[in-house]
Every structure is written in C-alpha cells, then in structure tokens.
Design a protein around this ligand. Structure first.
Ligand code: ZN
Ligand code: ZN
Ligand code: ZN
Length: 144
C-alpha cells in the first residue's frame, strides 16, 4: 500500500479515507477484476459509508494516477484492478483472457512479448512502456 500512497502524493492528491478504502478493496481482491458496483458492494459490506458516485469518481481518479488499471471489456463494461509496481517502477500490464460466453476474466502469467518489444524498439525506434493485450474466446468450461 505504501507505494500507492506515495504515488498519490506525488500526483498531488490528498490521502482521504475514501481513496484508501477503495485501494484497500482492490488490494484485498487482487486477482479479481471488479466492476464499480462490486467495489461499491464490498465497501458497504465492510460497513463504509460511501455512495456509488464517489466510488465511480475515485476509480476514475486512481486510473488517471496510474494506480488502477481499467479493463475495457467491450466499450460498455469495465473492470478495475491495481496496477502492479516493483521497486523500479510499474510492471508491464499482464494479459487478459476474456470468455465471451460467461464473461470470466483470466490472467496470463508472464509477459511473453519481450521478443516483439525488442523488435519494435529496434525497427521503429520506439520505446515500449506498456501494452494492453486482451484475448477474446471461450474458457475451458464454456468450450465443452
Ligand atoms: Zn511487456
Ligand atoms: Zn466461459
Ligand atoms: Zn488482471
């Protein structure tokens, strides 16, 4: 959490209880990809007094501060998760597998794009900072 607080401060944002509460819910559900409604429901479960509009605004703000990654499923529905940071900075975004039938979201462990990134940097003299990769298809369960 410390790293996130530090980044918020660096971005000139105040550390409010609501911001911390939203970050905490995302931290506690790291492998999940929560919708605004789900984040809101979890805050209410924890006994927090917060409105859904505030949750929505807070998530937007955290996304702009690069603390939260907004996964765009289809241009209409979005899921949120914490951006991973290491000592040296932000980690490349992991890839997502999205089931078009049950809407399950799976994470791919590993970047697997090193070779492509090197090729792009060499060929286009372009510094790759991150990427956003989504695969759409059918999960193991729905494929049957
Ligand atoms: Zn990468
Ligand atoms: Zn499925
Ligand atoms: Zn993810």
């Amino acid at each position: 959490m410390e790293k996130y607080v530090q980044i918020l401060k660096e971005n000139g944002f105040k550390i409010t209880n609501q911001r911390m509460d939203v970050l905490e819910v995302l931290e506690e559900n790291r492998k999940e990809h929560l919708s605004t409604e789900e984040v809101f429901a979890k805050l209410i479960e924890k006994g927090k007094e917060i409105g859904i509009a505030t949750v929505y605004r807070t998530l937007q703000m955290l996304e702009e501060s690069d603390l939260v990654y907004k996964l765009d499923l289809d241009g209409k529905s979005y899921r949120y998760e914490l951006v991973d940071y290491l000592e040296k900075g932000k980690v490349h975004q992991h890839h997502h597998l999205i089931c078009e039938n049950c809407h399950a979201i799976l994470e791919v462990q590993g970047d697997f794009l090193d070779e492509l990134e090197q090729m792009i940097e060499k060929k286009y003299k372009f510094k790759v900072m991150n990427h956003d990769v989504k695969f759409y298809g059918l999960c193991e369960h729905c494929k049957k």
